[in-house]
Design a protein around this ligand. Structure first.
Ligand code: FAD
Length: 516
């Protein structure tokens, strides 16, 4: 037990020292500070039955990214006279034990809008309040407090980006510079009986050395995030002219966007600091792009989805979700597995899925293409199935953003132009006629001439033989014909939309069964 006044800083996201109001508050006025991270088995425990290495909820790439981020955080804390205390177990039980054992007077944690953390946090906060512990839980993961936007909008979330922008205005903190760095923090007090460990290795978490051979090229941690941000903002012209969805999704030597998403996901980078840096660039250039296409516009998309997700019951499913069209999606495990395992026979789709497995990251337009292909474009499979696979494999996997974008891409919410379907053949060809992206991620097609690389099944057998890739043997034939499958998808969506309109969204399971 600690003899002086002690605070506990509970890290979950927000794995950084810069612009971290919860950490700054925990450091202030306490004799001791306990910086804690809890290894949650729900998230980290190996699952040997999962379709790829990792836990039930996360692929190994993201777990490694997290461990690297924790090691970096520990290193930074040590530089200011502290260290990260890693504990294992159910976070509620662990936290309550620590609060008691260390006689904590102040509990600080970044506010988290995700349902899983809402559940955990209310239990821990209830305990703390009953025990007379001060709780400080500021919003610092997003530019805005989603609750403020919802209140300003009359208790409902704005359901379009433009209405979100109107309600949101400028972030209130943006008029004064953010607190960037902490110079020193109180030392860690006596640890008593709590079992503390160093940041574990993958092996210590129970993963085998050789479980994964292809690792993401992106390293976790605040230091890496700030380095990457520095590189981005040093190219003022690029920042000023950034315009999405322009940009080449097939660029893999130097991706066409910032790849800051995994750092924002874990809070290794503050989105507010990113925003402030972008505003500084904008002030020093003659012209710059604006939302929705600019880089600031991208951060606002993030806040938009956070806000809608926070206020929408059952945001992560079709059933019981008021903003989601009810659509009679198919269940076809074979087709789903072919998509997941990069065996659809469409090289642009498959190469993008290989990139997801290997890098845990894909360009935004590649995500569009594969999500459209799985759902409303070709396979007519439920968006929740694709969402689950993304959720597990992305290193930037983010509950609000991932669900929001799957709702969008499947034409279930936000976007309703179901006639606009991405071609799995011509879309990629527009950017990369030689098929370099495909050759890189699908080496089996390395020697296929460029005339056939997007449709290898059309290559004469002599060409397939010369390219050492026989279609149907070395690489699959297309699982569906895009022309007929996309027509059928449009027909089914037209029917489902008509039913949703007729029944005003109150579509029952039986109505959906009748449409199938
Ligand atoms: P940049 O273009 O450099 O943008 C900067 C930041 O803005 C991003 O890091 C991200 O935080 C935010 N941002 C950009 N685009 C969007 C968007 N459409 N919606 C919300 N925020 C955005 N992004 C995630 O961070 N996590 C996810 O789990 C995720 N799942 C997605 C699923 C699907 C089906 C689709 C179509 C998109 C998904 N996105 C997700 C959004 C987007 O594709 C990524 O944020 C972006 O590609 C990340 O690369 P970047 O950091 O280089 O982006």
């Amino acid at each position: 037990m600690s003899s002086g006044s002690a605070s506990l800083m509970w890290f979950r996201k927000g794995l950084r020292l810069h612009d971290n109001p919860a950490l700054a508050y925990a450091s202030r006025g306490s004799e001791f500070m306990y910086p804690v991270f809890v290894i949650d088995p729900h998230y980290m425990k190996p699952d040997p039955t999962a379709f790829s290495p990792g836990s039930t909820r996360s692929g190994l790439n993201r777990i490694r990214f997290l461990l690297e981020s924790l090691a970096d955080l520990d290193h930074s804390l040590r530089k200011v006279g502290s260290k990260l205390l890693v504990l294992k177990g159910n976070p509620c039980d662990v936290l309550v034990r620590c609060l008691k054992e260390w006689d904590v007077k102040k509990l600080c944690l970044e506010y988290d809008t995700e349902p899983y953390y809402q559940g955990l946090d209310s239990t821990v906060k209830d305990y703390a309040s009953a025990a007379g512990i001060e709780v400080f839980s500021p919003v610092s993961h997003t530019l805005f407090n989603p609750a403020d936007i919802i209140q300003k909008n009359g208790g409902k979330p704005p359901l379009s980006y433009q209405s979100f922008l109107k309600v949101a205005g400028q972030p209130s903190w943006a008029s004064s510079p953010l607190v960037f760095e902490l110079s020193s923090v109180p030392p860690v007090g006596d640890l008593g009986k709590c079992e503390i460990s160093e940041v574990p290795t993958l092996k210590e978490l129970g993963y085998r050395d050789n479980e994964q051979t292809d690792w993401t090229p992106f390293r976790g941690g605040e230091s890496e995030a700030l380095k990457r941000l520095e590189e981005v903002i040093s190219d003022k012209e690029w920042v000023a002219n950034f315009e999405k969805p322009k940009g080449d999704p097939s660029a893999f030597v130097k991706p066409a966007t910032t790849v800051l998403s995994p750092y924002l996901k874990f809070g290794c980078l503050s989105s507010r600091y990113f925003y402030q840096c972008l505003q500084d660039v904008y002030k020093n250039v003659k012209e710059h792009t604006s939302p929705p296409v600019s880089l600031v516009g991208q951060l606002l998309w993030r806040d938009f989805f956070y806000t809608v997700a926070f206020a929408t019951p059952n945001f992560d499913r079709m059933n019981g979700n008021k903003i989601c069209k009810q659509i009679p999606w198919n269940t076809d495990d074979q087709l789903l597995t072919a998509w997941r395992e990069a065996r659809t026979g469409y090289p642009w789709i498959d190469a993008s899925m290989v990139q997801l497995h290997k890098w845990g990251w894909m360009h935004h337009l590649s995500r569009h293409c594969v999500a459209c292909f799985l759902t409303r474009g070709d396979l007519f499979i439920h968006w929740e199935k694709g969402r689950d696979i993304f959720e597990r494999l992305l290193i930037d996997s983010d509950w609000a953003i991932n669900n929001g974008n799957w709702l969008w891409l499947s034409c279930s919410s936000f976007f309703y132009q179901y006639n606009r379907i991405y071609s799995p053949i011509s879309f990629g060809k527009k950017y990369d006629p030689n098929g370099n992206f495909i050759r890189h991620f699908l080496p089996v097609l390395r020697d296929m001439p460029k005339e056939y690389i997007y449709e290898p099944w059309t290559a004469p057998l002599s060409i397939q033989t010369k390219a050492k890739c026989i279609i149907g043997k070395d690489y699959p034939k297309p699982v569906v014909s895009h022309d007929s499958a996309s027509k059928e998808c449009k027909r089914k969506l037209a029917e489902a939309y008509a039913l949703n309109k007729r029944l005003n969204g109150n579509v029952s399971d039986e109505d959906l069964r009748n449409l199938r």
